[in-house]
Ligand binder design. Sequence first.
Ligand code: GAR
Length: 189
Amino acid sequence: MKKIAIFASGNGTNFEAIADNIDKGILDAKIELLVVDQKKAKVIEKGLSRNIETLVLRPKDFESKAEYEKTILKRLKEKDVEWIILAGYMRIVSNVLLDAYENHIINIHPSLLPDFRGLDAIGQAYAAHSPRMGVSIHYVDSGLDTGRVIAQEGFDVNPEWSKDECEMKIHQIEHVLYTNTLKKLWENE
Ligand code: GAR
C-alpha cells in the first residue's frame, strides 16, 4: 500500500475521486496527509469530513518558499509519505520538495501537454478554438507543467460546446485517468 499526500488548492474533486477509489479498493493507497495552500479552499471540508489529516498553510505566512516547503516536508517525513500527488495544486513546487521526492511527485493538468501550460488551461484551449482537448498526468519538475508525461487522454471538441461543457468532460476524464495512471505506475514499480 502506498502512503501518499495529496496537495490541492481549490474544489478538490480530484482529491475526492482518488479518496473514493481508495475506499472502493480500486487504488491500494492511504492518504496520510492533505496539504492545502488556500485557507478558504473547498477541499479542506472534504478532507476533514473523511477524517484525513489536513494541513492548511499559506506560503505568504513564511519567510520564503523554502521555509514553507520545509514545514510541509517535516510532516511528510513524520508520516512516511512516499508519493506526492498534486490535484489542483496551483503552485510551482521548488527544490526542497523536488529533491526530497525525486520522481515521486505527480501532477494532473487539464490539457494535452505541451499545449496550454499554466493557469486556466481549459480557458486557453477554448479561447484558441482547439479542436482537441484533454488531460495529462506527468512527473513534476521545476518548470511549469514541463515534467515527463506519463499518460494522456484527449477528445474531439464539438464546436457547439460551451466552456462549461468542455470543463465537465475534462473533469470526467480526470477522475478516472488519475486513479488508473497511479495504479499502473505503482503496479510496475
Ligand atoms: C483540475 O482540472 C486540474 O487538472 C487543474 O485544476 C483542477 C482542479 O480541480 N490543475 C491545474 O490546472 C494544474 N496546473 P479540483 O480542485 O476539482 O480537483
